[in-house]
Design a protein around this ligand. Structure first.
Ligand code: 13P
Ligand code: SF4
Length: 303
């Protein structure tokens, strides 16, 4: 069945002139049919530069929205419109306006895991791979950072500015407990610990490397080590294992699954191409207001 589905997806992709982008947490079979996989920043850059008229975005809603903001003339499809990000939903435009009112004049850095409305109210965006550089680039001693308090705390530990966090967090990364990481380390004492900055500070403190999802892929490739404890959503293990057949990867938690990322299936990708669904729709006003924050981030040099 899977081979037939893949053949059908490829046929429809040609017919529609579409490109499939997939985040590093997607189901293995979805990553395997994508034209391009990556972290949030890489996918944003790709969406901005792509020539195809149709983008099928296999990820969560804010990622597809970001692609639409950067390519407003393209048709951007998400195969399951209910694939949201609970952290992005922890702040809306009203909540951000209230937060800003408590700290008048302080610029807002919005993690890309936010809705377009929140980006439209922010000075600049960042992803986990460039958050430190983005905050350093701002001409202010103090910044507001929304919505992720864990990424905010990690950034605050790396810069000399005051970072005022909002109270959001990623439920998937917060389920990775320091005690589970320590237990895994006791079982595999020679393993290097790598962590995503959405993890709690307790987990971050145990990590040898703190990276975005694609940052972890590069870290492992460049490392002499042979064993790794991977503190992020378990979808990343697919690429890690494919790219590094000589290395071993340990998952520290039974709970590190993002259910929204797993909503995109091969069937839904096929239906998406067949029916041209579900199209990301944003008003021209929101696109205009949100674009400056994303473009400001993209203009900052890669690390
Ligand atoms: P990356 O940008 O590191 O891929 O992270 C996106 C995300 O949603 C992590 O939970
Ligand atoms: Fe959102 Fe966390 Fe899922 Fe990433 S892993 S999409 S931050 S809920």
């Amino acid at each position: 069945m899977s081979n037939e589905l893949i053949a059908k997806i490829n046929e429809l992709k040609d017919k529609r002139g579409a490109v499939i982008l997939a985040h590093n947490y997607q189901l293995p079979e979805v990553q395997d049919i994508a034209d391009f996989t990556g972290d949030s920043l890489e996918l944003s850059r790709k969406a901005a530069s792509i020539e195809a008229g149709v983008i099928v975005f296999c990820g969560v809603h804010f990622m597809a929205e970001t692609a639409k903001i950067l390519s407003p003339d393209k048709t951007v499809l998400i195969p399951d419109p209910t694939a949201g990000c609970p952290m992005a939903d922890m702040i809306n435009a009203d909540g951000l306006r209230e937060f800003k009112a408590k700290h008048p004049g302080v610029p807002v850095v919005a993690y890309v895991n936010t809705t377009a409305e929140v980006k439209a109210e922010s000075a600049i965006c960042c992803t986990s791979s460039n958050a430190v550089r983005v905050v350093e680039s701002i001409d202010s001693d103090t910044v507001l950072f929304v919505p992720d308090k864990s990424l905010a705390a990690y950034v605050a530990s790396k810069v000399s500015k005051k970072v005022i966090p909002y109270c959001g967090f990623c439920p998937t990364h917060h389920r990775i407990l320091a005690q589970d990481v320590l237990k895994t380390k006791r079982e595999h004492p020679q393993a290097v610990i790598i962590a995503h900055p959405e993890c709690t500070l307790d987990v971050i403190k145990l990590a040898d490397g703190v990276e975005s999802t694609s940052g972890m892929l590069k870290y492992v490739k460049n490392s002499e080590a042979k064993e790794f404890i991977v503190c992020t959503e378990r979808g990343l293990l697919h690429r890690l294992t494919l790219d590094n057949p000589d290395k071993l990867f340990y998952n520290p938690s039974p709970l590190n699954i993002c259910p929204n990322m797993k909503k995109i299936t091969l069937e839904k990708v096929m239906w998406s191409l067949e029916d041209i669904k579900y199209e990301i729709q944003l008003s021209a006003e929101i696109i205009d207001k949100a674009r400056h924050a994303i473009e400001g981030m993209i203009a900052i040099r890669p690390g």
